[in-house]
Ligand binder design. Sequence first.
Ligand SMILES: [Zn+2]
Length: 142
Amino acid sequence: MHAILTFDHYLGGGKKGSQARRKGCKLICKVCKSESPSIKTLTIHYASKHSKLTFDPKDYGFEPEEKKQKPQDKKKEAKTTKKYPTTEKIKAALTEFYKKNAPEKLDNIEKICTKYEGKWETLENALSKKFSTEVNFISMCP
Ligand SMILES: [Zn+2]
């Protein structure tokens, strides 16, 4: 950037100088033609000078950064949900539970585990209601 400025200085600046600068990597605001050295600066420029307009980086050949941030939201959701033991461990706990409470339904465990895999909290609630006892897979699994 220093080199360009010095070059302009030798040319005497003026219109020729500003045209030469436009050919560089600087970004020109499409609204008011003012220059910004980077997309960040241009974003700030839009926010302060053209706050009524929506700044679209695509107009300047930049991809919006929002897309990259989406996976982080999923991580946040995962943090709020309980950490359950593996399906195998829950299956073992369920077997013990059914032996005590409903031995005739032992054959259903495989089906139940397939149906509720990843939705263990729903299964806990359903079993708690059905057998009128508190079912907690996390405490049931060693
Ligand atoms: Zn502008």
